[in-house]
Design a protein around this ligand. Structure first.
Ligand code: ADP
Ligand code: MG
Length: 269
């Protein structure tokens, strides 16, 4: 029997040292879906991204993560990548001495794919994302500007063609044109290869192009509200305080806010 196609996060609790950062995250991302995660600084968004990819230093104290039925949490990061998970980092790392093309060729080989078309694929994708082809011969991210690094993350995603992508503030540092190009490329991937996307962002500008199916607000390590695109618009106008303020006083566990919007409140928070 084929397993259900979904990236499923259930009851995920994470500690760093003595600090509890995530206090029970539930999220399901299906192929072709875009889920946006927004939330105040320090709420645990990047922690969630890091834990999904298996960065060391984070202790999962409860919960599970499965990708199309494969349990991820006990796998090394490279095996998670091989299973079809991709992470675009909020702060992409420079890797001197490793060429982008060689890295992507290795990734293709590890995924059992042909390495022959990598150069061509890089050139095609660089054009789509608007990254200067001359930058393709640099070692990974070395001496790229902040915006170029973000485009480079999107480029790697496009060439690798993962099943699910976690994009941590892929829009930060991008100029308006680059932002549209990157958002459009991600959106196209949801149609072309059925990419499931979990995108962390502060800006509804990205979401205007990417058109998320769901918007979630993470605050203090828990998802406090989930809704459609209109939730991002409300956040833009009212801020996190305005949208979440109602949650702190509400006695109910879930309060219906509107058509597709649910405010989830935690009585213990
Ligand atoms: P966000 O991405 O939502 O801004 P982060 O996930 O980066 O937030 O951080 C959430 C909280 O966890 C912050 O208070 C941050 O200082 C803390 N934190 C994250 N990673 C570590 C770490 N490796 N060591 C200590 N504290 C950490
Ligand atoms: Mg972050």
């Amino acid at each position: 029997m084929k397993s259900e196609r979904v990236l499923r996060i259930e009851g995920l609790c994470v500690k760093v040292g003595d600090a509890h950062i995530l206090g029970g995250i539930d999220l399901e991302v299906r192929p072709g879906e875009v889920h946006a995660v927004m939330g105040p600084n320090g709420s645990g968004k990047s922690t969630l991204a890091h834990v999904l990819m298996g960065r060391h230093g984070y202790e999962v104290t409860a919960g599970t993560v499965t990708l199309d039925g494969t349990s991820l949490l006990e796998l090394a990061p490279w095996k998670r990548a091989q299973s079809g998970l991709f992470l675009a980092l909020q702060h992409p790392t420079e890797v001197p001495g490793v060429s982008l093309e060689a890295m992507l060729a290795e990734a293709a080989a590890a995924g059992g794919r042909d390495q022959v078309g990598i150069r061509e694929s890089l050139l095609v994708e660089a054009r789509r994302i608007g990254l200067d082809a001359r930058l393709l011969d640099r070692p990974v991210n070395v001496d790229l500007s902040g915006g170029e690094k973000k485009r480079n993350e999107a480029l790697q995603m496009s060439v690798i063609r993962p099943l699910y992508a976690v994009l941590d503030e892929i829009d930060s540092g991008l100029d308006v044109d680059a932002l549209v190009a990157v958002a459009q490329r991600v959106k196209d991937a949801t149609d072309e290869i059925g990419l499931g996307v979990l995108v962390i962002t502060h800006f509804s500008r990205l979401l205007e192009v990417l058109e998320p199916d769901w918007v979630h607000v993470l605050s203090n390590g828990r998802i406090r509200a989930s809704g459609g695109r209109e939730l991002a618009e409300r956040l833009e106008v009212e801020g996190y305080g305005g949208v979440l303020g109602e949650a702190t006083d509400a006695p109910e566990v879930a309060v219906n806010l509107g058509v597709s919007e649910t405010l989830i409140t935690d009585p213990l928070a």
